[in-house]
Ligand binder design. Structure first.
Ligand code: NAD
Length: 495
C-alpha cells in the first residue's frame, strides 16, 4: 500500500502548494518540505519561487498598479468583505493548516482565523474612506487641496508564528487601498498564506494584483528588495532580520519601509493590584503559542509586598497547563516550532540558572502523540536580573521570568531597560498611579489589567527597536497612501 507522505495536501484539495504569480500557480522548485512540529513529519511539500518567478511577479504587480487603483474603492471594499466571509466559512480547514504547520492548539488557530477575518473586514470599511483634504489658502485666487493615491507595489514579508494573522494584517489594508502586493510568507509555515491566496483568487481578485512567493532568504529574495518597482516594503519578523533588510534597502533611492519587529514585554504588578487575577490571566496569555508571540510578557516585575502571593498564584495556574499535540483536545500548549527554537530557549534557561536564578519546570517532555523532542514544560524563572539573556533578548518560548520591584520607579526603570518597545502590561488599582506608569512606559501597546493587544480597529506599532510604522487602525492606512497637493489658480473672487 502506498504511504501518504503529504497528508495535509491530500486532506485539503483546495490547498495549492506552489507560488502564485500573475494569476497562475506556477511550478517553482519543489524544495520546501513543511513539517508539523508535533511529530517532525512532513505534512506538505511546497515549491519555492525561482528568480524567474520573482521577475514575473514584479512585472505583473507593476503592470497591475494602474488598473487596480482605478477600481472603485467600494468594489475593493466588497472584495475584502468577501475574503473576510470566506475566511470564516473555511475556518475549520484553515485552523487545521495553522495548527499543523505551527503546532499550536486548535482553539488558538480558530481564534487566529477569526482575527484574520477581522483585518479584512476593517480594511473593507477603510477603503471608501481614503480621502484628501481641502486646505486653507494663503490667497483668494488660489485653491489648495490634497488627493491621496496608493503608493504602488508593496512587498510584504511575514513570520511563521501567526502564519495567517500576520499575513492578513499586512495585506488586507494595501489591497483595500489599491496597492498590488507581492507576499513572501515564511518558508517555515507558508501553507495558511497559500490557502488564503486561493480564497482571494476565487473571490475574484484580478490577476497580478497579488503574487505569493514562498521562499527563504537568498538571491531571489534579494532581487525583490533591490527592484525599484517595489515601492514599499512592509516587514514583520525578528529585530535582527528587520535591521538586515533595512540595511539592504539603504541603497535604494526611494522606498517606503515599515517594520513590526520582536519584543521583550515587561509586565508590572503594582502593590495594589488584584494579584490572583493578574497571575491567572498572565499565566494563560504567557504560554499561548508556547510563548512564541511577539507580545508575550517576557519580564514580570512584581511589587515587593506582593511577590510571594503572585508567584504562588502564578504557579498554581501554570501547573494546569497541559502540554501536548494540537490534535489532543485537552492540550493547552504545543511544542516549540523547531529544534533551533528549542535550543535557543534552553540557552536562555541555562544562562539564567548560571547567573543565579531559580528555575521551576522547563524540562523537555514527551507527551503521547508528540515525538519531536520540541515539547518542554512551561518554565518559571524566579529572581531574574538585567544581566541575563532573557532580560535582554526576546526568549520566544514558554519561559516566565519573575523578579521583585522595590519601588514603582525601579519597576518602570526595569521595564524600559531594553531597546525593545512593542508591548507592556500594568496591573494595579490606583487609576492615578496606573496612568502615570502607562505614561512612563516606552512601548507602543500597553495592556492595563488585561493582556489583549490586537484589534483590527486599533493601531499597533513597536517603539524603539521594535519597529517603525503602524498596522491596523485608521493609522494603518498611512503607509499605503501618498498625498498629492493640488494648488489651483482659481482667479479673482466673485465681485
Ligand atoms: P524572522 O525574522 O526569522 O523571519 C521573518 C521573515 O523574514 C520570514 O519570511 C523570513 O523568510 C524573512 N527573511 C529572513 N531573512 C531575510 C532576508 N535577508 N531578506 C528577506 N527576507 C528575509 O522571524 P520569524 O522567526 O519568522 O518570526 C518570529 C519573529 O517575528 C519574532 O521576533 C517575533 O517577535 C516577530 N513578530 C513580530 C510581530 C509584531 O507584530 N511586531 C508579530 C509576529 C512576529
Amino acid at each position: 500500500m502506498a504511504v501518504d507522505t503529504h497528508p495535509l495536501q491530500s486532506q485539503l484539495p483546495k490547498l495549492v502548494t506552489r507560488p502564485l504569480v500573475a494569476g497562475r500557480w506556477v511550478d517553482g522548485r519543489p524544495d520546501l518540505p513543511v513539517r508539523d512540529p508535533t511529530t517532525g513529519g512532513c505534512i506538505a511539500s511546497v515549491s519555492s519561487a525561482t528568480e524567474e518567478d520573482v521577475a514575473a511577479a514584479i512585472a505583473a504587480g507593476h503592470t497591475a498598479e494602474r488598473a487596480w487603483r482605478t477600481v472603485p474603492a467600494v468594489e475593493r471594499a466588497s472584495l475584502c468583505a468577501t475574503i473576510a466571509d470566506q475566511l470564516q466559512s473555511n475556518s475549520a480547514d484553515i485552523a487545521t493548516i495553522i495548527s499543523s504547520e505551527v503546532g499550536k492548539p486548535l482553539a488558538e488557530s480558530v481564534a487566529e482565523v477569526e482575527v484574520s477575518s477581522s483585518f479584512f473586514r476593517w480594511a473593507s470599511g477603510q477603503a471608501p474612506r481614503a480621502a484628501g483634504k481641502v486646505l486653507a489658502s494663503p490667497s483668494p485666487s488660489l485653491a489648495l487641496s490634497t488627493t491621496v493615491s496608493p503608493v504602488g507595489l508593496v512587498l510584504a514579508i511575514t513570520p511563521w508564528n501567526f502564519p495567517l494573522a500576520m499575513v492578513a494584517r499586512k495585506i488586507a489594508m494595501p489591497l483595500a487601498l489599491g496597492c498590488p502586493i507581492i507576499l513572501k510568507p515564511s518558508e517555515q509555515a507558508p501553507l495558511a498564506a497559500l490557502f488564503l491566496a486561493k480564497l482571494i483568487q476565487d473571490a475574484g481578485l484580478p490577476d497580478g494584483v497579488l503574487s505569493v512567493l514562498p521562499m527563504g532568504p537568498g538571491t531571489a529574495t534579494a532581487r525583490l528588495l533591490a527592484d525599484e518597482r517595489v515601492r514599499h516594503v512592509s516587514f514583520t519578523g525578528s529585530a535582527t532580520t528587520g535591521k538586515r533588510i533595512h540595511a539592504l534597502l539603504a541603497g535604494r533611492s526611494s522606498v517606503g519601509w515599515s517594520a513590526e519587529l520582536g519584543g521583550n514585554a515587561p509586565l508590572l504588578v503594582l502593590h495594589d493590584a488584584d494579584v490572583e487575577r493578574a497571575a491567572a490571566v498572565t499565566a494563560i496569555v504567557k504560554f499561548r503559542n508556547a510563548g512564541q508571540t511577539c507580545v508575550a510578557p517576557n519580564r514580570i516585575i512584581v511589587a515587593d509586598s506582593s511577590y510571594e502571593r503572585f508567584v504562588e498564584a502564578f504557579s498554581v495556574v501554570v501547573k494546569q497547563t497541559v502540554v501536548g499535540p494540537w490534535r489532543d483536545p485537552a492540550a493547552t500548549m504545543g511544542p516549540l516550532k523547531s529544534d533551533e527554537r528549542a535550543a535557543s530557549v534552553r540557552g536562555h534557561l541555562d544562562d539564567a540558572e548560571l547567573k543565579g536564578a531559580r528555575i521551576i519546570g522547563g524540562a523537555p517532555c514527551s507527551p503521547v502523540g508528540g515525538q519531536s523532542g520540541r515539547f518542554v514544560d512551561p518554565a518559571i524563572v524566579l529572581d531574574w536580573t538585567p544581566d541575563m539573556l532573557l532580560a535582554q533578548e526576546e526568549t520566544f518560548g514558554p519561559v516566565a521570568p519573575i523578579c521583585r520591584g522595590k519601588s514603582v520607579g525601579e519597576m518602570v526603570e526595569l521595564a524600559n531597560m531594553t531597546n525593545y518597545g512593542l508591548a507592556a502590561y500594568v496591573f494595579g488599582s490606583d487609576l492615578g498611579l496606573v496612568t502615570h506608569v502607562v505614561d512612563a512606559l516606552e512601548y507602543g501597546v500597553i495592556g492595563v489589567n488585561q493582556l489583549a493587544s490586537t484589534f483590527a480597529n486599533a493601531p499597533i506599532g513597536g517603539w524603539r527597536g521594535s519597529g517603525s510604522g503602524i498596522e491596523s487602525g485608521i493609522e494603518g492606512t498611512d503607509q499605503y497612501l501618498r498625498p498629492k497637493l493640488v494648488a489651483t489658480d482659481v482667479g479673482p473672487p466673485l465681485a
